[in-house]
Write a protein that binds this ligand. Structure first.
Ligand code: PHE
Length: 495
């Protein structure tokens, strides 16, 4: 079970296509990058962060009371999984890039960005829940680890180098712990804009020019459900300065471009699934005759309007694949390109790669085990991942009373250094203490004491290593440290 501190609808408005939001391996054992280190047992009550941290390339940041980023998270920065040759995330990135000929690729933007870049430049309101320290990793009040690749939209539009561009990068979110969520994951952002001035005096309208570009996108034969009008005055409004005929054309270009990506990916995934079934002497899970089905649904993002998500039918379920929309004109104006109009999208690379290769656990992407890494090659057709083994899980519960002053699971607390209890803090502690052997943490019971009014919660932790069998003794010890830290850092009382 995942507890949100805000209504699901608000969450959807934030960063919706978190296709795959993820956590990472052996975090606990990692040391501070460079010379920085802190020993959490020295002063367990308050987070003890060094006054300054040095990251890759000698970049130095002063920390303050907003700092909430553990060393384990910072140690993911130099990994660059999306660029590692023959890594499934890198192959997936390249497969998608190949569907956007002529676009520029920006794959090395550094993950530390300003609060302005991550939120303000995109029109996130000052009290938006995404800015909370419970959800976002801060280094200091003004500086965060980007929570999405959209943080680079304004800067990339400002450069104004190409009409189309793609950005692939690692992004960071404090989140649940389970097989499809990890606090570090990868996104790809894409955008295509047209300059209104480029058609001046040319005898062609901008809409006509864009429709001509739509014609250049490869045709597909898949079934697309798109029941809603491109523009809806309440649900998906046209921006004030836009004309409906231009936006119809931009939306068509966006949708055809992304449908083309989905066809490429899912055809490869289906082929891989069919080959695996054939090798095992089983019937194919998705028959060739069964057409691929995709659908467009209306969405909301603070930096696009109208906005849509793309969903794909995969083995009987509808899966969100990406978020997209028409770029807000304010963003383009503020980036010094007021004559441009266009679209943007963002997708989660892990989710796509998990589907493409049938990778069952997001922690695997961080594995350095050759039994994982040697299964992928950019020169071979996509083949399904073959799990090397499934090691047994070790399940432990912890029950506690919340501190009397805190509301359960946070409530919609304002951003700031001193917030109440939040479930993401439990997730973070579990990862810090246990690293990647924690597969899943979930709330299994909660109640309020009828006399004292105190709230009790019980969390179940599923421990499982991807490469070995854990002993009960070592897990008891680790779980005891986790429980102790819950008391020391979150002020709960064990029951
Ligand atoms: N940044 C959004 C997210 O992480 C995705 C998105 C990108 C939506 C670009 C619209 C346009 O959910």
């Amino acid at each position: 079970m995942r507890i949100h501190t805000f209504p699901a609808a608000v969450c959807r408005q934030l960063y919706r296509p978190s296709l795959v939001r993820i956590p990472r391996p052996s975090l606990a054992s990692r040391q501070w990058p460079c010379a920085i280190r802190y020993n959490s047992s020295e002063n367990p009550n308050k987070s003890t962060f060094p006054p300054e941290i040095q990251l890759e390339g000698g970049r130095t940041y002063k920390t303050d009371s907003w700092m909430n980023t553990p060393a384990s998270i910072l140690s993911a920065i130099p990994r660059h999984l999306h660029l590692q040759p023959d890594h499934p995330l890198s192959i997936t990135r390249q497969l998608i890039e190949s569907r956007f000929p002529g676009y520029a690729y920006h794959n090395e933007y550094f993950p530390v960005v300003s609060v302005y870049q991550n939120f303000d430049s995109l029109g996130f309101p000052p009290d938006h829940v995404g800015r909370n320290r419970t959800d976002t990793y801060y280094l200091n009040k003004e500086t965060v680890l980007r929570t999405h690749t959209s943080a680079h939209q304004a800067d990339t539009f400002k450069k104004n180098e190409t009409e189309g561009w793609l950005i692939s990068a690692d992004v960071y979110r404090r989140d649940a712990v389970d097989r499809s969520h990890y606090p570090v994951f990868h996104q790809m952002e894409g955008a295509r804009t047209w300059d209104r001035k480029s058609v001046e005096g040319g005898g062609m309208t901008l809409a006509e020019k864009i429709w001509a570009d739509v014609e250049k996108i490869p045709k597909h034969g898949i079934k697309v459900e798109d029941p809603n009008p491109t523009i809806h005055p309440e649900r998906n409004p046209l921006q004030e300065t836009h004309s409906a005929d231009e936006i119809e054309a931009v939306a068509a270009h966006l949708k055809r471009s992304l449908e083309d990506v989905v066809v490429a990916i899912f055809s490869a995934a289906r082929l891989a699934a069919a080959n695996a079934a054939k090798q095992a002497g089983l019937p194919s899970p998705t028959t060739e005759e069964e057409p691929l089905k995709v659908r467009w649904v209306e969405a909301y993002f603070p930096f696009t309007s109208p906005s849509w998500e793309l969903e794909v039918e995969w083995q009987g379920d509808w899966l969100e694949v990406l978020g997209s929309g028409i770029v807000k004109q304010d963003l383009l104006n503020n980036s010094g390109v007021p004559d441009r109009v266009g679209w943007a999208f963002g997708l989660g690379l892990e989710r796509i790669a998990m589907l493409l290769y049938s990778i069952p656990d997001i922690r695997l992407f961080w594995s350095t085990d050759p039994r994982f890494l040697t299964q992928f090659s950019s020169t071979r057709p996509i083949q399904r991942f073959v799990p090397f083994s499934k090691y047994p899980a070790c399940v432990k519960d912890v029950s506690f009373w919340l501190p009397t002053s805190s509301s359960a699971a946070g409530g919609n607390t304002p951003a700031g250094p001193n917030q109440g209890f939040h479930e993401n803090d439990i997730m973070e502690l579990a990862r810090e203490v246990c690293g990647d052997v924690v597969e899943d943490v979930r709330l299994v019971d909660e109640f309020v004491h009828s006399k004292t009014g105190r709230k009790s919660m019980c969390y179940r932790t599923n421990y499982r290593a991807l490469d070995r069998t854990l002993t009960n003794k070592e897990m008891n010890e680790m779980h005891a440290v986790f429980c102790k830290q819950l008391v020391q850092k979150l002020g709960v009382e064990l029951r």
